[in-house]
Structures are given as structure tokens and as C-alpha cells.
Design a protein around this ligand. Structure first.
Ligand code: EPS
Length: 365
């Protein structure tokens, strides 16, 4: 069965939920490792006061026994602590009596760049909140939990996946990124940036050139583009390749079948080539602004300023963790397609057998 993921959960609802299907039995998971990834996602210099309210931790409701997967659907939950302030406004069921707490008044001022306007038009909501709650990047928390599980599986195959911010605003050094964040905070503005994810230890031959839906570069790009606020994805040298000549664009093959460069980012023709997989994602500046842009009040139809709310200044460090999770999940899916079995031992045996078969030609560095 293919590795699958479905999630549910609103930003200020009771909890976020993920169900991961298609995991082999016998994979050992550690709660502290998943929680550590959840914490990494919450940290970051530009995060909002919301992060002081949340202290994300995973609960497992199914699919795991004594820390080992059962080969059945794995159900993960991350609770929203902030829900305590929204129990009336975000209650799944109608509550009798006077509205109290947050989220009780309808939102009618859509933010340019958020899902607000499109969501209201598409679903016929009369409260922008009905759209923004699910569109919020809050539910990336549960994607990170699922990605952490995928990373445990990949680790069993010697694959490591790591994400990091490489640009915040236009800054590329740690100090510059901090300064840019401070300057934007002072101006009550927001920033975007670029993150890079590198996967090492990926064997050649994951993915396929046979159909576009099978191409691993397409699948990893899809996984990254599906993350909130991502507006661009690059594989290897990406757009820069378009400006080079062929002799300077490709990666020469040495006698050990390794590459002298890695401009392709470890992916050729949609298939991993044994070099590190290197992908980047570009994030637009966050659309919730303290200095709002022009919009329209949907109740009156009059010109108005967009909704003003607390916001992160930038969440690029968080995106690095979310992007790492997304790439890990897609690589785990591709690895199981090639090496899949009902138990982790089956997967490991298939991995060993495959590496042995190609070993006369190619060996890991
Ligand atoms: C988000 C808005 C902010 C962020 C949130 C994503 O939340 P709030 O509206 O409660 O201030 O903090 O991200 C998280 C809560 C999180 O855990 O990442 C948005 O509109 O996308």
C-alpha cells in the first residue's frame, strides 16, 4: 500500500489530526524525536506571540504499540492550546447562551495574499474565519509530526533529510537575517525568504521517468509547493541552469559513477542519481499585516483596510522544518514504492538486495 497522509484541523480548533497509512510494521518511533521536530518548527526569530501559547506535542491514538508501528493506520494528534481562548467561537457544536472569548464576531475584511477572499467566494461562507482557519499555516504542525515519522523510516535506510533557511528577506547570513527581521518588526512589516532541503544517502533509482506523476522531482516540488506561502520551487541549480551552456550545466560521471558536481540536485529525468537531493522553496512575505493593505468590507461593499491581527514577522525558519518534513514524506513514499514490504525487515532486506545488485557498478561514497 502506498504511503498516504490525510490531515484535519483548524488553527484555533481543538486539535490538528493526521492519519498516515501504508507504513510497514516494526518501525520504532520515539515521542521525544517527534516532539523535538515540533519544537524546532515553533522556534525561530520571527515567530509571533502565538508560539508562546502553544507548546506542541504529539499524541498517538492508533497504529503504534510500545513504540513500534503495527502496519496499520497511524493516527497523530497535536492539540491547540490556544483553543482554550476560542471554545465558544470555534466550538464544533452550537453553544447556548452569550458568546464569550475570541472568534465570536464574523470577520469581513479579507487580507490580500491570504485565502480569505477566495475561500469566502468558493465556499459561500459569510464569515472569513470559516476560510482562514483551515488555510492557516498552523496545521503544518501535524505535517511535521508525519514528516518526523517518515524521517524515522528513512533513517532505517541510511537516508538523512535536513532543511535550513538560506535567505530571509534579502539577507543570507545569520546576522543579516536577524537584522532584516528586526528591521521589519520595527516597521511593523513582514518578510519572506528561501529554504533549502538536502537529503543524503538516497540510493539511485527512486522515482521514475516513465510518467510525469512518477517523477521524483515533480513529486518533491508538489510537496513543497503545497506548503502555505510557497511561491517557487527549485531543484538543484534550477533557474540558474537555464542561463548556462550545456557543458557547464550537467554533472560529469567519474569512474566510480559518482558526480563531480551536483547541479542537478541529485535528480535526473525524475529519478534519484545517488547524489544528495537538493531542493529550495521560496516563501512570500506573510500576508497578515500590522500595516494593512487596501481591501473591501464584504458586509458593506465599501473600501476598507484588511484585517489586522497579531502575526509572525517571518516564519522562514519554520518553513525550513516544514519543507524538510514534506521532502522526507515524499522520499519515504518513493522508497517504499521501490522497496516496500509489510514489515521494516522486508523493506531493509529489499534495500540490501538492491544495493548489492547495483554494487558492481555503483557504491555509496
Ligand atoms: C497563521 C497566523 C498566526 C500564526 C499561525 C499561522 O496564528 P494566529 O492567527 O493564531 O496569531 O502564529 O501559525 C501557528 C499558530 C503555528 O503554530 O505555526 C496564519 O494565518 O497562517
Amino acid at each position: 500500500m502506498a504511503l498516504g497522509l490525510v490531515t484535519a484541523g483548524e488553527s484555533h480548533g481543538p486539535a490538528l489530526v493526521a492519519i498516515v497509512t501504508g507504513l510497514p510494521a516494526g518501525l520504532e518511533l520515539a515521542k521525544h524525536a517527534i516532539d523535538a521536530d515540533l519544537r524546532r518548527r515553533q522556534q525561530g526569530y520571527g515567530r509571533s506571540p502565538r508560539q508562546q501559547l502553544e507548546s506542541d506535542e504529539v499524541e498517538v491514538l492508533a497504529g503504534l504499540r510500545q513504540g513500534r508501528t503495527l502496519g496499520t493506520p497511524l493516527a497523530l494528534v497535536v492539540r491547540n492550546r490556544d483553543h482554550a481562548n476560542w471554545t465558544w467561537g470555534m466550538s464544533p457544536w452550537p453553544i447556548e447562551g452569550e458568546p464569550t472569548g475570541k472568534g465570536t464576531k464574523p470577520v469581513s475584511l479579507p487580507r490580500p495574499g491570504h485565502a480569505d477572499l477566495a475561500g469566502v467566494l468558493k465556499y459561500g461562507h459569510d464569515d472569513v474565519r470559516d476560510a482562514l482557519e483551515r488555510a492557516s499555516a498552523r496545521h503544518t504542525a501535524v505535517h511535521v509530526a508525519a514528516g518526523s515519522v517518515a524521517k524515522a523510516l528513512l533513517r532505517a535506510l541510511g537516508v538523512d533529510v535536513a532543511g535550513r533557511p538560506v535567505e530571509i528577506g534579502a539577507a543570507t547570513t545569520d546576522e543579516g537575517m536577524r537584522e532584516a527581521t528586526d528591521a521589519a518588526r520595527k516597521d511593523r512589516d513582514t518578510l519572506g525568504g528561501v529554504v533549502e532541503v538536502v537529503a543524503t544517502g538516497v540510493p539511485p533509482g527512486l522515482g521514475s521517468y516513465a510518467e510525469k506523476r512518477d517523477r521524483l522531482d515533480a513529486r518533491v516540488s508538489f510537496a513543497l509547493m503545497g506548503i502555505q506561502a510557497v511561491k517557487g520551487v527549485e531543484v538543484g541549480d534550477g533557474f540558474a541552469l537555464a542561463r548556462r551552456r550545456g557543458t557547464e550545466a550537467h554533472d560529469e560521471i567519474d569512474p566510480g559513477l559518482h558526480r563531480r558536481t551536483n547541479r542537478a540536485g541529485g535528480l535526473e529525468a525524475g529519478v534519484s542519481n545517488g547524489e544528495p537531493i537538493v531542493v529550495r522553496a521560496a516563501m512570500k512575505p506573510l500576508p497578515t499585516l500590522m500595516r494593512p493593505l487596501d481591501s473591501v468590507d464584504l458586509t458593506s461593499g465599501e473600501a476598507a483596510q484588511a484585517l489586522v491581527e497579531r502575526s509572525d514577522v517571518q516564519a522562514v525558519e519554520a518553513l525550513a522544518v516544514v519543507a524538510e518534513a514534506a521532502v522526507a514524506f515524499e522520499l519515504a513514499r518513493a522508497a517504499l514504492e521501490k522497496l516496500g514490504g509489510d514489515s521494516l525487515d522486508d523493506v531493509r532486506a529489499a534495500h540490501r538486495h538492491y544495493l548489492e545488485r547495483i554494487s558492481t557498478l555503483w557504491q555509496p561514497r
